[in-house]
Design a protein around this ligand. Structure first.
Ligand code: FAD
Length: 305
């Protein structure tokens, strides 16, 4: 219930103005977002790489309603990739891309073409692109664009969401050699017709999908902070005889940092999803919706002012 309310607020521009004007927002942003510029993104990446972590960078840009905004988003990623390569931070750092930022909502062909240009820039920089997955109305289109991108850039990855009923089948389709699949629970408010609603059902689906990916020939990326799911992934790696260089864990910037370090110390690969940019409101609200306990952090920070 609280999750749905927060996700609804994430789409309200009135709420966005209110949150942006609250001084506490700065604390929240500092905790979960690396900064606003490419320089900020490089600094955070350097710090994480020095700790033995790898990184995927997400640019938080304006919503995209026209081709000029889509081109600006593409250019931001190309500049970011050039800067990462120049700083010697590839292949440790890759990028995460939302096709909606490249115009997917109004022109799928344009989104494909711009994504292909970002993939080419990533290849030139010696690294990879992973497509974020957004709400369920975009899943088919994202999978179709991924298939086309992989013809020239087979290393392109995609996020799949365990809360969607279709995802076991998508995992089977994408468990083959050369694929890179990021398995997450899913961060949007979805109807019952397409998504499991109960947490237990989502967790069970995650485990079924994890088994499919672990037993396949691709490179699974387990994006979760859930200690039970992390333990199950560690167990299945032994069961399916997967060495720690044949899969990775992924967690969000600022979330369970001690666990990130524990996994690295135990010999696992851990990639941190690092957002940067000026448009952090939607991202922060999705984080609050996942873990309403983060509201406590928000309230404590407010009270201390
Ligand atoms: P949750 O059910 O949120 O949490 C389970 C348990 O994890 C909690 O009970 C607690 O024990 C622990 N935990 C969680 N958060 C914290 C915390 N802050 N501090 C301490 N313990 C905590 N979603 C999409 O829809 N599309 C994407 O493309 C996408 N990409 C992602 C990429 C990465 C790298 C990650 C990590 C997540 C991504 N997500 C994406 C978000 C994801 O779908 C979930 O919404 C989010 O990860 C929360 O789910 P969870 O698996 O961590 O478990």
């Amino acid at each position: 219930m609280l999750r749905s309310v927060i996700l609804a607020a994430s789409r309200s521009s009135r709420m966005e103005r209110f949150v942006a004007s609250a001084p506490v927002s700065r604390d929240l942003i500092r905790r979960f977002v690396a900064g606003t510029t490419i320089e900020d993104a490089l600094r955070a990446t350097r710090e994480l790489v020095a700790e033995g972590l790898t990184v995927t960078l997400d640019h938080l840009g304006e919503d995209t309603f026209n081709p000029a905004q889509a081109a600006a988003a593409r250019d931001e990623y190309r500049n970011l990739l050039r800067a990462l390569a120049a700083a010697g931070l590839t292949p440790a750092a890759e990028v995460s891309l939302k096709l909606s930022a490249l115009g997917q909502r109004f022109d799928e062909q344009l989104a494909h073409d711009y994504a292909a240009q970002v993939c080419a820039a990533a290849a030139e920089a010696g690294t990879t692109v992973t497509l974020d997955m957004e709400d369920h109305t975009t899943t088919d289109s994202t999978c179709e664009i991924l298939a086309k991108l992989r013809q020239d850039h087979p290393e392109t990855g995609v996020a799949l969401q365990a809360y969607l009923r279709r995802t076991e089948a998508d995992c089977r389709d994408l468990a083959g050699s050369g694929s890179r699949v990021r398995l997450c629970k899913g961060a949007y408010a979805e109807p019952e017709s397409v998504a499991y609603q109960a947490k237990l059902e989502v967790d069970k689906s995650y485990v079924r999908c994890l088994n499919i990916l672990m037993s396949g020939d691709g490179y699974p990326m387990f994006a979760t902070h859930d200690p039970r799911l992390v333990a199950i992934a560690e167990d299945r790696a032994l069961w399916f005889d997967r060495s720690p260089d044949r899969f990775e864990f992924q967690m969000l910037y600022g979330v369970r940092t001690e666990e990130q370090q524990r996994l690295v110390a135990d010999g696992y690969r851990v990639r941190v999803y690092v957002p940067y940019g000026t448009q952090s409101y939607g991202y922060l609200m999705r984080r609050l919706a996942e873990r309403p306990a983060n509201l406590g952090f928000f309230a404590r920070a407010l009270a201390s002012r």
